[in-house]
Design a binder for this molecule. Structure first.
Ligand SMILES: Cc1cc2nc3c(=O)[nH]c(=O)nc-3n(C[C@H](O)[C@H](O)[C@H](O)COP(=O)(O)OP(=O)(O)OC[C@H]3O[C@@H](n4cnc5c(N)ncnc54)[C@H](O)[C@@H]3O)c2cc1C
Length: 433
């Protein structure tokens, strides 16, 4: 089964609130014939389009080939949370790779948010960066760890944009009985993700990049130049950049062994009044909780609660996504038990064993960045800038990311999904106990 069509129709966006609300682009033509370029980018999400934009800005001749539409993948469907830093906390990274490397990763994670914020200020990008993510603690016993972490970030990293929220202050912002305090990070924020990715496409095209839609890459032959094949075209390129994340399939086996696709789901409620919104979450902050299967939510510009909070690990999405997500939404906000749901959709993202992105050079001139593990709005966008730098000969930040070890999932392609399901069920169960 092919993830590119398992839950979606060829050439169509999913039935998301974002697709309904976005200012769409005209279709780009499919790639056809014998073509050449400096860099062929596969996948038109944050990673691919940011790569294309930053390379075109540097004067490279770039072609983006996308199997479906611009922003069809996770980039056009996600929770829109732009979180500072990496997916793993800094204290965990210090244990994993040492203090100096952890600091470099933190810097890149901060630059990633700055990049997204700067992009959102451009005319071509039709979304606003709304500051503030509240990280809520769902188990009372974890509050002290959260408090120590805030202290760690302030004292060791000089990061003053994060503040501790005691349980009462947290409840005043996020009106849910499910949480026991948390932290407010004003360095992070949220955006309308499909508008961000469409804006990146406008910027890439304006800078001279070519985009081809409905052009699925069926194979890549290594070499100099490399050859990228679609059904309709053969593209010779000095460099290839893979930005396919959870939709990569098995095209690159070494990557596929390390980056596992999983599905995640979101609903958009009916619009509320601005006053009702303030009764649920104050100040238009986004929220992400500490559960293993993270609940994340925020309001849209037209005052709908966008609630993400359920996962699946096979190819197919559940039949009734709205019902699957309503369950955690009602656990967090019992007062919304009867609210109407206008949109329910899912998407596929790539995770790694240690939840850190997998960066790799294949054969010298093929770069791949994926496995953002739920933090690709900032880090996917950043990866594009980093890939462009690396191709231009400045590989320092690429190497900082590539030095983080990412190991294969146990079990190989055949067994990894069942093993992952078991592991996820176990951790999910622990959350509920
Ligand atoms: C429901 C959901 C909620 C999420 N919430 C958040 C969040 O709040 N914050 C956050 O930071 N991250 C979140 N994520 C993760 C985030 O969306 C991803 O990490 C990020 O979008 C990855 O971007 P990308 O460009 O690497 O991949 P994608 O956006 O998935 O793009 C990959 C593209 O490659 C194309 N492609 C694949 N194979 C081929 C091929 N053979 N030929 C041509 N094209 C191909 C696909 O069609 C697709 O368009 C979420 C993900 C999901 C699914």
């Amino acid at each position: 089964m092919d993830l590119l069509t398992a839950n979606d129709r060829q050439g169509k966006y999913p039935p998301s609130y974002y697709a309904d609300a976005a200012e769409h682009l005209d279709r780009f033509p499919a790639a056809a014939g014998d073509l050449t370029c400096d860099v062929c980018v596969v996948g038109a999400g944050f990673t691919g389009l940011s790569t294309a934009y930053h390379l075109a800005q540097r004067g490279y001749d770039v072609m983006v080939v996308e199997a479906q539409r611009v922003g069809f993948g996770a980039s056009g469907r996600n929770g829109g949370q732009v979180a500072t830093g990496q997916r793993r906390d800094q204290d965990e990274l210090e244990n994993m790779v040492g203090d100096a490397h952890a600091r470099e990763l933190w810097d890149i994670g901060c630059q990633a948010v700055d990049l997204v914020r700067d992009l959102c200020a451009k005319d071509e990008v039709h979304t606003t960066f709304h500051p503030g993510i509240v990280h809520t603690v769902h188990r009372k016993r974890d509050y002290q760890h959260g408090a120590a972490y805030v202290d760690h970030m302030q004292s060791k990293y000089g990061y003053e944009k994060i503040t501790l929220l005691e349980p009462e202050a947290c409840r005043d912002i996020v009106n849910s009985p499910a949480y026991h305090g948390g932290a407010l990070d004003m360095g992070s924020g949220h955006v309308q993700p499909l508008e961000l990715v469409l804006g990146l496409a406008r910027l890439a095209v304006k800078s001279g990049a070519r985009i081809c839609e409905q052009s699925k890459v069926t194979g890549i032959d290594q070499g100099d130049p490399a050859t990228v094949r679609t059904d309709g075209a053969t593209i010779k390129a000095r460099y290839v950049v893979l930005g396919c994340n959870g939709y990569l399939g098995t095209m690159q086996k070494h990557v596929a062994a390390r980056v596992m696709p999983i599905n995640n789901f979101i609903v958009a409620t009916k619009p509320m009044t601005p006053e009702a919104q303030e009764q649920i979450i104050r100040n238009n902050y986004a929220v992400a909780d500490s559960k293993f299967v993270v609940n994340y939510f925020r309001f849209s510009d037209d005052h709908r609660l966008l609630f993400g909070g359920s996962e699946s690990y096979g190819y197919k999405f559940p039949k009734d996504i709205a019902a699957a997500v309503r369950k955690p939404m009602t656990e967090i906000f019992p007062q919304l038990a009867n609210i109407g749901i206008d949109h329910a959709w899912g998407g596929t993202l790539g995770i790694t064993m240690n939840r850190m992105p997998h960066y790799e050079r294949i054969g010298g001139n093929i770069l791949t960045m994926s496995g953002f593990s739920g933090s690709g709005v900032a880090l996917g966008t950043m990866s594009g800038q980093i890939a462009a730098e690396a191709i231009a000969g400045q590989a320092e930040r690429f190497d900082v990311m590539a030095r983080v070890p990412t190991t294969p999932f146990p079990g190989g392609p055949a067994l990894r999904s069942p093993l992952l399901v078991l592991a996820m069920l176990w951790y999910g169960l622990r959350d509920r106990l």
